[in-house]
Design a protein around this ligand. Structure first.
Ligand code: G6P
Length: 369
């Protein structure tokens, strides 16, 4: 009903706007801003098992798999332990190599996805320790795992996942940071600096949401696009994949996410004056390389929507449209950079007259194969 939508025309838009509050809830009782510390009860209870893992294997489907790709980068950089990310549907039928020194992280908003549940059961049989990251309390996956952390973002109604994605990334960031600290890899200074960065995320999300009407405005230009390319590197690569998935799911426009540097190995052949390219081009060590990707797209008359760091001047000169992000620690970039891409997909779908909360052929939770 209209009531639960809080005045928003769709659940999806409400859930996009819910994110600053949801992310605060997710951090509640876990992040202590005064002390500058993080706790997760699962980590306190299973410290040795988790910090002693030889390897992490993350399994999930859809948006949850994209969160897993960010989790891999977070855990590898904070903990220096190898991480593999697998589609649960592939993992379960692959006779994967798993040992009792492995920790499997199962990510699922609903906690009911059949493939993810089957992957958990398989990993359990092989003796791995299983950590669940779910939203729905008491769900099948939450019950089947050895331990875990709920994302606590509240019920997600829109079929296209939004706030669950940022909640999953937040829990993965907390887990990676905490384990890195536990293992003595993250220094005291980096720890406190990252905690301070986490605490600022809800405020930064609010700043990004202020650009909603700007995004709605230029979204109109793309109502009739047939294809979209999304590019990003490092932490922005899974954000590109997730942005492309949002567009496909609700607007039915074909979209592909690619690592920006791979553009020259294929996607650039598709670029012409009809091709919109969304580039996540926030300040980072690889900024110049992404800038030159944008030059290559413009040289072929592609239309560039760039997501940049506030104060950017170089990319602004080249891009057709720019969305600004507040400056953020690179490892936390996905938490803010995904929001404008959710809004872009939302507005394009609405202009195309699509039912964004109930996209055709899709289900909120896929409990059968
Ligand atoms: C369906 C939903 C997606 C979701 C995926 C995994 O495809 O439409 O939004 O990402 O399932 O769902 P889960 O509940 O396991 O995160």
């Amino acid at each position: 009903g209209q009531l639960e939508k809080n005045g928003f025309p769709h659940f999806m838009l409400k859930e996009i706007y819910d994110q600053p509050g949801c992310i605060s809830d997710c951090m509640g009782g876990r992040v202590n801003p005064d002390a500058g510390t993080v706790t997760l009860s699962a980590v306190s209870n299973f410290k040795e098992r988790l910090a002693g893992a030889h390897r992490f294997i993350i399994v999930g489907c859809g948006t949850s798999w994209h969160a897993g790709l960010i989790g891999k980068q977070l855990i590898e950089s904070f903990c220096r332990v190898p991480v593999e990310v697998e589609y649960a549907s592939e993992f379960r039928y692959r006779n994967p190599v798993i040992s009792s020194d492995d920790v499997v992280i199962a990510i699922s908003q609903s906690g009911e996805t059949a493939d993810t549940l089957a992957a958990v059961e398989l990993a359990k049989e092989k003796g791995a320790f299983i950590y669940g990251i779910c939203n729905v309390v008491g769900s099948s996956i939450a019950r089947a795992t050895d331990t875990g952390s709920y994302i606590h973002v509240g019920p997600e109604i829109g079929v296209a996942s939004t706030k669950a994605f940022t909640g999953q990334v937040m829990v993965l960031a907390l887990l990676a940071l905490l384990l890195g600290k536990e293992k003595g890899i993250v220094s005291e200074e980096e720890y406190h600096q990252t905690v301070a960065g986490l605490v600022e995320i809800p405020g930064k999300m609010r700043e990004v949401l202020k650009q909603d009407s700007l995004i709605a405005d230029f979204s109109k230009m793309f109502t009739y696009a047939r294809n979209f390319i999304y590019l990003g590197r490092g932490y922005a690569f899974p954000v590109a994949l997730e942005g492309a998935l949002k567009l496909k799911e609700i607007s039915y426009i074909h979209a592909e996410g690619y690592p920006a540097a791979e553009m020259k190995h294929g996607p650039i052949a598709l670029v012409d004056a009809e091709m919109p390219v969304v580039v996540i081009a926030a300040q980072s060590a690889l900024y110049d390389k992404v800038l030159s990707n944008i030059q290559e797209i413009k040289a072929r008359k592609g239309r560039v929507i760039a997501v940049v760091t506030r104060g950017d001047t170089e990319i602004k000169k080249l891009a057709d449209y720019c969305i600004e992000l507040p400056d953020t620690l690179e490892c936390l970039l996905p938490l803010v950079a995904s929001i404008p891409l959710q809004l872009l997909a939302y507005h394009i779908a609405v202009y195309r007259g699509m039912d964004v909360d109930q996209p055709r052929n899709l289900a909120k939770s896929v409990t059968v194969e």
